[in-house]
Design a protein around this ligand. Structure first.
Ligand code: COA
Length: 181
């Protein structure tokens, strides 16, 4: 068994008897579709094309296997990164992924805030409800972990996708300062 970023039972114990959006046919973390498995990121996922998948979302740049493992270890140690992947187990390829990042706060009674990051479904696998399944899973995981709020950055093109789950425009202005691309 390869080393996992977090305990997989956190995913498989989620209650999918009710969902924020509609699934037709029904999907869940234990049954994401034929030939597919949903699980936490593993140490060896570099070899299964995890970074190639991320390059369909944004620029990944040059990251070798050693750097990947170092970053994996940092995430595991921090214990607030929940990188969820869907693997095509026939081809041994990672075909979809999304991350729940949990911030520990002093405000709101020392609560936790969740952020969805880096959602991407491989172009050949889009339209099979995998994007919805990942967001629904992270939403339920955020509730289970005790987050008081879940937020994300999205452009206008995917706004209607996130609205299916109940996400709405926030009242605050998103600002950023980029140090490099
Ligand atoms: C956006 C993305 C994750 C959707 O994944 P997917 O697996 O193809 O989506 P699903 O099959 O789960 O889509 C389900 C629903 O969302 C809708 N949808 C899919 N992609 C959409 C998009 N880009 N914008 C708006 N709605 C979208 C579908 O029409 C479908 O609607 P329905 O349930 O009412 O029939 C995928 O297109 C992707 O990886 N895009 C590139 C990366 C990206 O933009 N990531 C989001 C960053 S914020």
């Amino acid at each position: 068994m390869d080393e996992k970023l977090f305990n997989p039972s956190l995913l498989y114990d989620l209650d999918f008897s009710t969902t924020s959006c509609t699934f037709k046919p029904t999907l869940g973390p234990k049954e994401p579709g034929e030939g597919l498995v949903m699980r936490p990121l593993e140490r060896s996922d570099y070899a299964k094309g995890f970074l190639n998948l991320l390059s369909q979302l944004t620029k990944v740049g040059s990251v070798d296997g050693e750097q990947f493992v170092e970053q994996f270890e940092r995430m595991k140690k921090s214990s607030n990164h929940y990188v969820v992947v869907i693997e095509d187990v026939i081809r041994s390829r990672i075909v979809a992924s999304a991350t729940l990042l949990v911030e520990y706060k002093f405000i709101h009674g020392a609560a936790m805030r969740g952020r969805i990051e880096d959602l991407v479904v491989s172009d050949r696998m889009r339209g099979k409800q995998l994007g919805k399944l990942l967001v629904e899973t992270l939403l339920k995981l955020a509730v289970k972990l005790g987050c008081y709020k879940l937020s994300l950055d999205a452009d206008d093109q995917v706004k209607s996708f996130y609205e299916k789950f109940g996400f709405r425009d926030g009242a605050t202005l998103f600002m950023q300062l980029r140090f490099f691309d």
